[in-house]
Design a protein around this ligand. Structure first.
Ligand code: IMP
Ligand code: MG
Length: 178
């Protein structure tokens, strides 16, 4: 699997250092409050697992599944909610967590869905951000790393369902797509 990689963009050490910083910032922001942390399946599970172990505030966890890319690298413009939250959202502080903010369509869709359920607040934390690709005005409140417009895999991110378990983030060799 590692032979399929072109370049490593983020090492395990860089990732873990940045996640401890994010944990401190998020703890500070929500001091004295409990949050409902909503993770976007499947891509955000690795990031979420590490992020929550760097948080000290009380939290409950819920998941949401949104349709996206299939096996291609082109995003759909209208993501659909495939499986929604089981928790009561009204009056809670919701923190949305995703692997990557690309066009922003997925996060905007989920943000609207949560807002419609009358939360006390909604914020978002993404592991990666590709600002060049944005198609709306969505901005994450916290982001781990800003990256250039390149398709990346690892640390939860997949290509055609593969490479999620890599502990770092990298780009694939063009031969993998061909
Ligand atoms: P958006 O709706 O375009 O912002 O897309 C967000 C989703 O697209 C993410 O949750 C990822 O699943 C997927 N995605 C976007 N860019 C990449 C990438 O470089 N590698 C893997 N998945 C990506
Ligand atoms: Mg995803």
């Amino acid at each position: 699997m590692k032979n399929d990689l072109q370049q490593i963009l983020l090492t395990e050490e860089q990732i873990s250092r940045r996640i401890s910083e994010l944990g401190l910032e998020i703890d500070r922001h929500y001091e004295g409050k409990e949050i409902l942390l909503v993770t976007l399946l499947d891509g955000a599970i690795v990031f979420t697992a590490d992020l929550i172990r760097n948080l000290s505030i009380p939290l409950r966890l819920d998941c949401i599944r949104v349709s996206s890319y299939g096996d291609s690298t082109d995003p759909e413009t209208a993501p659909r909610i495939l499986s929604s939250l089981k928790s009561e959202v009204g009056g809670r502080h919701v923190l949305l967590v995703d692997d990557i903010l690309d066009t922003g369509n997925t996060m905007k869709r989920v943000h609207d869905e949560v807002l419609a359920r009358d939360p006390e607040s909604v914020h978002s934390c993404v592991f990666l951000d590709k600002p060049e690709r944005r198609q709306n005005d969505f901005k994450a409140d916290w982001s781990g790393f800003s990256i250039p417009d390149e398709f990346v895999v690892g640390y939860g991110l997949d290509y055609a369902g593969q490479y999620r378990q890599l502990p770092f983030v990298g780009t694939l060799k063009p031969s993998v797509y061909e």
